[in-house]
Ligand binder design. Structure first.
Ligand code: AHR
Length: 499
């Protein structure tokens, strides 16, 4: 059996854990909101029409900050349509996803839903069809306590306390030709800077996210970030990153190394942001908000997609069903986010329910966990205190896309009482025997050792077979004299908690 060695240095601290790294994303898209989190006729629905079985799963998933309401949807969103008496709310066409938007769930309902899930709201403003005034109005409606036209409107609508939203996205993917009202970097940079300046005039403690590239393969990647930040650097706090991965052409080896691309993406954006900051002689460092990341089979024709020329309510769109391999890649992407947590201060798994999501639902029926649910929920639950970057000494393998890649990736976290080690084995064929020197963590027992793997790397959970894939005990994990020994099955993600 191939062997690997990992050592954990208590001093190799990346950053204290900010729970925002375990964020998620809810967009008015397909069945994420309607027939997803919201289904008034469902047996578990509460008085607002929210499915409580879904709320329970979101709590178990451990999502913290949730980005809303888009996504591409936000670039045509009129927030005023989504507040006030429900029976008076207009039905609109959503051009981004070619669907009907009934506005039955809006800003106030979504904020109430987040109270049920215990999550923080991260709001995006529309810089596609709208601009500074609409952003300021939404900010006043949401955050001003009382005594102004829009805050009093919120109170009259039944929400006496302000929503007090801290994080705001200045539009969405404004570099993408698919985006309603997309712009050049120069135009967007100027608009984002002016919008940010105006929003901070209302509240200088807001945390603002300017749009970076919608992917590292965009032709403008790098130049976009530089130009946008040259305009907006002193007014914003974060730049966004979006990345989706999928297995292409049956090349599982390369797919299992997707986090190599995420690492390259992060390093490039950090270098570009720091270049602009240094040029401006700024004392501030821009943080990264990785506010869309996931597996998405974007290239594939999905026969299940109910997209056609009709304008439909809550069509089935982007309902990818994930495999064991997808979950292992997702777990590795989380490891990468944690290893870069000094700069990636916030992240959102895109999305949460039904739409490229860890949670699936059927109207009137069940809600269940996709394979990708497990690495996310375990990492969110076990990662505590500070992130430590381990030293990894492992074999390598060849990939067509990324060249020579380590067979193992790992990260550790620790606080006063507990530590955790998260590992992936990217080998398609070999189990790996890994020793992890955890002496400096001062741990003396294993409290949990779980793994996600299966003989069939393409096994999935479906409506018919909702529990086909789940976590297994990581058999044979031993902690002895400060050395943890584990055997990682091929194509697996594992977590070991220590006390
Ligand atoms: O998450 C799905 C879509 O992906 C979002 O609406 C958009 O921002 C991105 O292109």
């Amino acid at each position: 059996m191939t062997k690997a060695r990992i050592s954990i240095d208590r001093e190799a601290v990346v950053a204290p854990i900010n729970r925002r790294i375990f964020g998620s994303f809810v967009e008015h898209l397909g069945r994420c909101v309607y027939d997803g989190i919201y289904e008034p006729g469902h047996p578990t629905a509460n008085e607002d029409g929210f499915r409580m079985d879904v709320v329970e799963l979101v709590r178990e998933l451990g999502s913290t900050t949730i980005r809303y309401p888009g996504g591409n949807f936000v670039s045509g969103f009129r927030w005023e349509d989504s507040v006030g008496p429900r029976e008076k709310r207009p039905v609109r066409r959503d051009l981004a996803w070619h669907a009907l938007e009934t506005n039955q769930v809006g800003v106030d309902e979504f904020a109430r839903w987040l109270k049920l899930t215990g999550s923080e709201l991260m709001m995006a403003v529309n810089l596609g069809t709208r601009g500074i005034e609409a952003a300021l109005d939404l900010l006043e409606y949401c955050n001003h306590p009382s005594g102004t036209a829009l805050s009093d409107q919120r109170i009259a609508n039944g929400t006496p306390e302000p929503h007090d939203i801290r994080m705001w996205c200045l539009g969405n993917e404004m570099d993408g030709p698919w985006q309603t009202g997309y712009m050049t970097a120069d135009d967007y940079g100027k608009l984002a800077a002016r919008t940010a300046q105006a929003m901070k005039a209302a509240d200088k403690s807001l945390e603002l996210v300017v749009c970076g590239s919608s992917g590292s393969s965009m032709p403008t990647f790098g130049d976009w970030e530089r130009t946008v930040l040259e305009h907006s650097y002193e007014h914003v706090d974060y730049i966004s990153c979006h990345a989706y991965y999928q297995e292409r052409g049956g090349d599982l080896d390369s797919y299992l190394a997707s986090s190599v691309d995420m690492q390259y993406f992060i390093e490039t954006v950090v270098a570009t942001a720091d270049h602009v900051g240094n040029k401006l002689k700024s004392k501030k460092k821009i943080k990264l908000s990785f506010d869309e990341w996931n597996i998405w089979y974007l290239d594939e024709h999905r026969e299940s997609d109910e997209v056609n020329d009709e304008w439909r309510y809550a069509p089935r769109q982007l309902e990818d069903v994930y495999s064991v391999a997808d979950a292992v890649v997702l777990g590795n992407l989380m490891i990468t986010l944690l290893k870069n947590h000094d700069r990636v201060a916030s992240a959102s798994l895109a999305q949460l329910v039904n739409v490229i999501a860890p949670i699936m639902t059927e109207p009137g029926g069940d809600a269940w966990r996709q394979t990708t649910f497990f690495p996310f929920s375990v990492t969110s639950r076990l990662a505590r205190g500070e992130v430590l970057k381990p030293r990894i000494d492992a074999g390598t393998y060849e990939t067509a896309v990324y060249g020579t890649v380590s067979l193992v990736d790992a990260v550790a976290t620790t606080d006063e009482e507990s530590s955790a080690v998260f590992l992936v084995n990217r080998s398609r064929t070999e189990s790996l025997s890994v020793t992890v020197d955890v002496t400096e963590l001062g741990a003396d027992r294993i409290t949990e050792a779980v793994t996600l793997w299966d003989d069939d790397v393409y096994a999935k959970n479906t409506l018919q077979d909702q529990n086909r894939v789940g976590l297994k005990q990581l058999e044979g994990a031993v902690l002895d004299g400060g050395v943890l020994t584990v055997t990682l099955p091929p194509v697996s993600w594992s977590a070991i908690a220590l006390a």
